[in-house]
Design a binder for this molecule. Structure first.
Ligand code: F6R
Length: 612
């Protein structure tokens, strides 16, 4: 995710862009840049760092420019460096481009442009390819050049381009990444999201996939891919600025929960081939020999990332047949773990900056081990220090309570498990195909879990749950780590004391705490232990506990045993945590809301824990 703003009109384009980019920093904040039209030239100013830093660099410069485009970056292809920051110039420096999305065939285009066209690349980004490609097709009409260039492009994009030869014009295109036009009076704007437009206009138009637009100060024309002019409806925005930054949601956490289908799709993108049942993770740069030599895996992480690791352990052990230990990073670093040369250490960290996880990584490397990182932040310390990096493409996560990052960590672990199993020749093709198809079906299934009716049901349940000071989460097998994650989320944002318990353990102690009416959330998705899970539910019923089950569709017996049941769409047995955790996130969210807690910034907690 990145933020884009474009402006043409009678105000200072620089001021409009900087103000707009600040509103979009929630979409990415590792580098920022602008291109401004200045005396017939397009001048770029960009650097790694925040929009605030960029503003300081621009102080006193380009005050009279009336056209420009800007970008705040969340690195995907290429590290967060000055060179990789947007905008990007074409070879002649006459065309500039900003882009949000991923150009999937960028390598092929890069090869073609450099071999056939002699283009030299200045950055590692996929976006620079677009600048050169548009230039290659440029014959005096920027819109036509963009339209033609996009015929060669595969992937997702929201992009804005300008040419110094047509300095009154911005051209834009959208596929799978948002772009919104803002209609002003003697000025027009384009941005990735509404907050960047609101100071200037409330009259907007959402570009749809496959649409392009040309903006001048007094006119906006929208086209389809064939170049035909389209009639577009305008959308009057009545949100206030704060609501707009959260995409109309009350909290970032809810927004991020709702973004999960897209985050999962992005994390799977270009890594699976459903037809062949193959996973390709060449970005990890492991040799097959290295993968074959691994005798044992340690997964090291904290909090929610640790819970993802617990699911990873079950999946890797099942698919690959090698032992996996999951370690809380703050324990791992001080307990002198028995590490040997053929062990692989996987650290998981959304931020890539968590001090304990980083210390675990350094400990493993100091013993000469290969470390692989699963992280969401390109250029983070963990990503720089690990030997191999597998990125989750969740986009920036703002709410302290992790949701979409957790889900994409699970996806990364599934991908790695399948990849490892295939590379070692131990995963039968049929099984891999079933899993890969299952992975591919997840975004659609997540959308159905998140439908309005389901959300309303969970909200109603939480009105009841919120009255309690204590609650339980139980589950067996793969449901057990999900119970742990559900309980962590509930306690951290609603402040209800929540305990997670492997359901079979209830009778060894926690059952003593089950009293009349106490809320128990039971996860029931594992067919192999369905009978056992049902008998655990009976143990709870017998002590008066009130059970809300989250169960796999088709487990019809569950509804006869519990007070309420939330059914999940059927999915491959190993993939259930991806769906079952979602209702627990919404339960935490609505319970916190009912109790008036600061959902996005819970007390005593920070998003990134960079101290021990
Ligand atoms: C809980 C949560 C934390 C983090 C933990 C690790 O919702 O977000 O438990 O998972 O602090 O953070 P990262 O993944 O950034 O290392």
């Amino acid at each position: 995710m990145c933020g884009i703003v474009g402006y043409t009109g009678n105000k200072s384009a620089k001021d409009v862009l900087i103000e707009g980019l600040k509103k979009l920093e929630y979409r990415g904040y590792d580098s920022a840049g602008v291109a401004l039209e200045d005396n017939g030239k397009l001048e770029i100013c960009k650097a790694a760092g925040s929009v605030g830093d960029l503003e300081k660099t621009l102080n006193g410069k380009f005050n009279t420019a009336g056209l420009g485009l800007g970008h705040t970056r969340w690195a995907t292809h290429g590290r967060p460096t000055d060179e990789n920051a947007h905008p990007h110039y074409s070879a002649s420096r006459e065309i500039v481009v900003v882009h949000n999305g991923i150009i999937e065939n960028h390598q092929a285009l890069r090869d073609r442009l450099s071999i056939e066209g002699g283009y030299e690349f200045r950055s590692e980004t996929d976006t620079e390819v677009l600048a050169h490609l548009i230039e290659e097709y440029y014959r005096g009409d920027l819109f036509e050049a963009l339209r033609r260039a996009l015929l060669d492009v595969e992937g997702s994009y929201a992009l804005v381009a300008a040419s110094s030869r047509e300095p009154e014009k911005l051209v834009c295109a959208r596929k799978d990444s948002p772009l919104i036009i803002g209609y002003g009076d003697g000025e027009n704007l384009i941005a990735s999201d509404i907050p960047a437009l609101l100071t200037h206009t409330r009259k907007t138009c959402i570009l749809e996939d496959g649409e392009l637009a040309v903006l001048t100060a007094d006119r906006v024309v929208v086209y389809n891919r064939q170049g035909d002019i389209l009639e577009k409806d305008t959308l009057e925005i009545d949100w206030d600025l704060e609501a707009a930054e959260k995409g109309g949601y009350d909290h970032f956490m809810l927004k991020e929960i709702m973004e999960q289908p897209v985050a999962v799709r992005e994390t799977l993108r270009q890594r699976i081939s459903a037809g062949e049942g193959k996973v390709s993770l060449s970005e990890l740069e492991f040799s097959v020999d290295e993968l074959k030599r691994v005798e044992k895996i340690f997964i090291v992480a904290c909090g929610t990332a640790y819970h993802a690791g617990l699911v990873g352990k079950a999946v890797i052990e099942k698919l690959v047949g090698i032992p996996v230990e999951v370690e809380v990073a703050s324990e791992f670093r001080y307990r002198e773990p028995l590490l040997e040369q053929n062990h692989l250490v996987i650290v998981i960290s959304q931020s890539g900056e968590t001090a304990d996880t980083l210390a675990g990584l350094r400990l493993a490397r100091s013993r000469g081990l290969n470390v692989m990182a699963i992280t969401n932040v390109v250029g983070s310390t963990v990503s720089r220090e690990a030997d191999h990096v597998l990125y989750t493409w969740a986009g920036p996560e703002i709410a302290v309570a992790s949701t979409k990052a957790y889900l994409t960590q699970l996806i990364a672990l599934y991908l790695f498990a399948i990849y490892l199993g295939e590379s070692r020749g131990v995963l039968p093709v049929e099984e891999a195909m079933g899993l890969v198809k299952g992975l591919q079906s997840l975004p659609g299934k997540l959308n159905s879990v998140l439908n309005e009716e389901n959300v309303a049901r969970l909200k109603t349940y939480c009105d009841h749950l919120a009255k309690w000071e204590s609650a339980f989460f139980v589950g067996r097998n793969l449901d057990s780590p999900v119970a742990m994650e559900g309980s962590l989320k509930l306690k951290e944002i609603s402040y209800i004391h929540a305990e997670a318990c492997a359901a079979g353990e209830l009778k060894h102690g926690p059952l003593a705490l089950i009293v009349d009416g106490i809320p128990v959330i039971a996860l029931v998705t594992q067919e192999a232990v369905l009978d056992k899970a049902l008998s655990n539910i009976q143990e709870i019923n017998a002590r008066g506990g009130e059970v809300f089950a989250i169960a796999q569709e088709g487990f019809d017996d569950v509804q006869n045993q519990v007070d309420s049941v939330f059914y999940l769409p059927p999915v491959h047995n190993l993939l259930t945590p991806v769906l079952s955790v979602v209702p627990t996130q919404l339960i935490a969210y609505y319970a916190a809301l009912a109790r008036g807690s600061a959902v996005d910034k819970p007390r005593n907690l920070a998003k990134s824990v960079t101290v021990e």
